[in-house]
Design a protein around this ligand. Structure first.
Ligand code: COA
Length: 247
């Protein structure tokens, strides 16, 4: 799998979206690659933390729309559902380095990360409703809890994007750095020097209060998302995207 690459940097596993020519839009194969990488990292004593980052100018343009149209993920066993489950269950520190566009799941996955470092170029958006879809990855719960109901409603319902400064003020991003990946790796290395079981236990405790509720919301979101994917509203939005690209 070359569109998701993994590399060890000391005790850190670096997972990289590597499809820059398509703005790192995520296909089923890429979700499968991400799931494998996370699950292997979870079981590997040599991996103390994971940094998720990207090749090129952007983090990711979210789900690959062509793939969505030809293979809508409607089953809990789909690659995207399996990735989201792996994200929710990942027991070790997960640090994201975000630059450029982080669209859809590119933003919602950050709600599961322990620390997010953004470059000043980062731009976040969750245009689910514009695509005839609904929020996913637990974001219908996690995002309003983070930023307040009304702000989340505006962002979800208008499709408005926001920049790194706003994301930091919201608490979606912990820090802004010109070299976001370098900064993320430094944090990962510091964490890697800590006693590993204490780190795993700390994450488990911090996440425990919400885990089951988030899992339940993700299940409900997935069912509605799967129906929405097959709706006329989504078909029209996807065709619009494709026709603009084919001109
Ligand atoms: N799925 C499939 N391909 C995508 C994609 C996606 N989600 N996002 C970008 N791409 C592809 C484009 O088709 C284009 O490829 P091409 O040159 O072979 O046509 C390439 O990536 C670059 O994207 P482009 O649209 O030309 O860049 P831009 O700077 O004009 O626009 C975006 C950037 C992010 C605003 C725009 O690409 C976009 O709206 N993408 C869809 C985002 C989205 O809705 N994701 C799903 C969320 S659930």
């Amino acid at each position: 799998m070359t569109e998701i690459t993994t590399a060890k940097r000391g005790q850190t596993l670096v997972i990289r979206f590597n499809r820059p020519e398509k703005m790192n839009a995520l296909t089923r194969d890429m979700y499968a690659g991400l799931t494998t990488a996370l699950n292997e990292a979870a079981g590997d004593f040599g991996v103390r933390s994971v940094v998720i980052t990207s090749e090129g100018e952007h983090f990711t343009a979210g789900n690959d729309i062509k793939d969505f149209m030809s293979n809508p993920p409607t089953e809990e066993s789909s690659d995207v559902a399996r990735f989201l489950a792996a994200l929710l269950e990942f027991p070790k520190p997960l640090i994201a380095a975000v630059k450029g566009n982080a669209v859809g799941v590119g933003t919602t996955m950050l709600l599961h990360c322990d620390i997010v470092v953004a470059s000043p170029s980062a731009n976040f958006s969750m245009p689910f409703t514009s695509l005839g879809l609904v929020p996913e990855a637990g974001s219908s719960k996690l995002f309003p809890e983070l930023v307040g109901y009304q702000r989340a409603a505006r962002i979800f319902m208008t499709g408005d994007s926001f920049d790194a400064t706003e994301a930091k003020e919201m608490g979606l991003v912990e820090s802004i750095a010109a070299d976001a990946e370098g900064a993320a790796l430094e944090i990962a290395e510091k964490i890697g020097n800590q006693p590993p079981q204490a780190i795993i236990n700390t994450k488990a405790l911090m996440k425990a209060g919400k885990h089951d509720a988030v899992a339940a919301v993700m299940k409900a979101e997935f069912q509605i998302f799967a129906l929405a994917l097959q709706s006329e509203e989504a078909a029209e939005a996807f065709m619009n995207f494709m026709s603009k690209r084919n001109k």
